[in-house]
Design a protein around this ligand. Structure first.
Ligand code: SF4
Ligand code: SF4
Length: 344
């Protein structure tokens, strides 16, 4: 009598990522017709194994697509292929943002080798090293920062983080049994040790800085404290993932643009008499006129040749008290930079 087959073997890493995708809102199917595609209705189609490179895996493919979803945002679940058309000037930086996210999330678990992408953008991945978020004028870095912040929230969290942790455990165990042979180098030999935990509790960084050279460290009552970790730090500690060497208002402008909706001014503020054309009377308060999502006195910030041009305030010497009181590196500065995607 033929044996009744009641279960099906599924590669453990694939199982983890099929389950993670399901928890995040995607049903994974295999197809010989596309490398990877979403239909905007909850289906993620991934090429069958025979179409994938030998060093690729269903797990990596699903994870890569989830990194795209982090960059494109929750609305992109309702757009085919996350709304990306694979052409045009906006395509490259979105791919680069995706790979920066992939690089950072896998680096937390020693999985960069196992989860390396194998698309045309592999060449870009191979250039990544150190602090891959260092250049905040690069739109792909800004998009990656927004994506990383999204990763800590539903629908991605907690499934994405749990899937990465589970993958790290599986990979570490598989690596113990893997060894190169004459005709094959198993991918498992690329598994690395996760970085040592950062003493602040934040993810460990890869840059060359220290807490002592970080813009988010400040002194309070003779002690070094960190705005990001909201606790004491030792200036000698190496950089965490949120390290920033210096804050430059002219590459930021966050507090003058989308981070806050209004710059209120007092009727006695000298800026009101100096620049009446910029002042709007709201009856019970005055505010500086807006131009789109930014203060009308803020100039710059256009993207030229793939870089954001420097911001400047047209009335800087006469700026209102509200702006003078805003502290570079302060708690509101951190909030503002996070809101526009310049800081983790
Ligand atoms: S954000 Fe800066 S000061 Fe805070 S723990 Fe990280 S490196 Fe240290
Ligand atoms: S948010 Fe901070 S760094 Fe950015 S422009 Fe304002 S004060 Fe400068």
């Amino acid at each position: 009598m033929a044996r009744e087959v009641t279960h099906r073997y599924i590669d453990p890493l694939a199982q983890v990522w099929i389950g993670a995708a399901r928890r995040i809102g995607l049903r994974v199917v295999r197809t010989p017709d596309a490398y990877a595609a979403t239909d905007g209705r909850g289906t993620l189609a991934i090429a069958t194994d025979t179409e994938l490179d030998a060093d690729d895996s269903l797990a990596q493919m699903i994870f890569h697509e989830l990194c795209h979803s982090l960059v494109e945002g929750e609305d992109a679940f309702r757009r085919a292929d996350w709304g990306m058309d694979n052409t045009g000037p906006d395509h490259d930086w979105r791919e680069h943002a995706c790979l920066r996210v992939q690089w950072l999330l896998t680096g937390r678990h020693g999985l960069r080798g196992v989860f390396a992408p194998t698309t045309d953008f592999r060449a870009f991945w191979d250039t990544l090293s150190g602090d891959v978020l260092a250049d905040r004028t690069d739109p792909s870095v800004q998009a990656a920062i927004v994506a990383l912040r999204r990763s800590a929230h539903p629908p991605w969290a907690p499934a994405l983080g749990e899937a990465l942790a589970a993958s790290a455990r599986i990979a570490a165990d598989a690596a113990k049994f893997a060894a190169p042979t004459a005709d094959a180098r198993p991918l498992w030999i690329t598994v690395g040790a996760p970085p040592a935990p950062h003493p602040s509790g934040l993810p460990t960084g890869a840059g060359a800085g220290t807490c002592g050279t970080c813009a988010w460290r400040f002194e309070q009552r003779g002690a070094s404290r960190c705005r990001q970790a909201d606790g004491r730090v030792d200036p000698a500690w190496p950089a965490c993932e949120r390290f920033e060497a210096a804050l430059d208002c002219q590459t930021c402008g966050a507090c003058c643009r989308a981070a806050y909706h209004s710059v209120e001014v007092s009727r006695r503020d000298p800026a009101v008499a100096a620049h009446p054309e910029l002042v709007v009377d709201r009856g019970h308060y005055l505010e500086i006129r807006r131009s789109g999502d930014r203060c009308a006195a803020l100039h710059g910030g256009t993207v030229e040749d793939g870089r954001t041009t420097r911001y400047h305030c047209a009335i800087y010497d006469d700026r209102p008290r509200t702006c003078r009181d805003f502290t570079l590196g302060g708690a509101h500065c951190l909030t503002a930079r996070r809101r526009v995607g310049l800081t983790l």
